[in-house]
Design a protein around this ligand. Sequence first.
Ligand code: DQA
Length: 142
Amino acid sequence: QHILVLHGPNLNLLGTREPEIYGRQTLADINQHLTQLAHESGAALTAFQSNHEGELVDRVQAAHQDRTDFIIINAAAYTHTSVALRDALAAVDIPFVEVHLSNVNKREPFRHHSYLADTAQGVIAGLGSFGYEAALRYALNS
Ligand code: DQA
């Protein structure tokens, strides 16, 4: 099983970025933990972060070629803006779970809408980095 974890803009700053909202774990910490969990289940995990919308679109498209079975995506701010990412996920037709570290529903109204949520298998928000782990365990069971 090949699992792709996609991280959107500013998530490279995790650990120091508004830690009261996003926690103190770095992106490397999170990716390392997820990779280990995947390996324990005999699955392969690739993580990719970009601050550029087009690069995230390219990576989703590439997931079709590299036989990715499942995508875990925290599109960060692009969640609330990107028709392009939504279309890319629809084009490759790979099941995905949307993850947010913070509970976007209790934050500013512009964070309440997601361009991805209605085509996701599920959405996890507000559980911090455990949200990625929960999504991964779901993927490993599917
Ligand atoms: C986020 C929530 C988004 O609204 C925000 O733009 C982010 C991170 C989260 O993980 O809580 O950058 O996706």
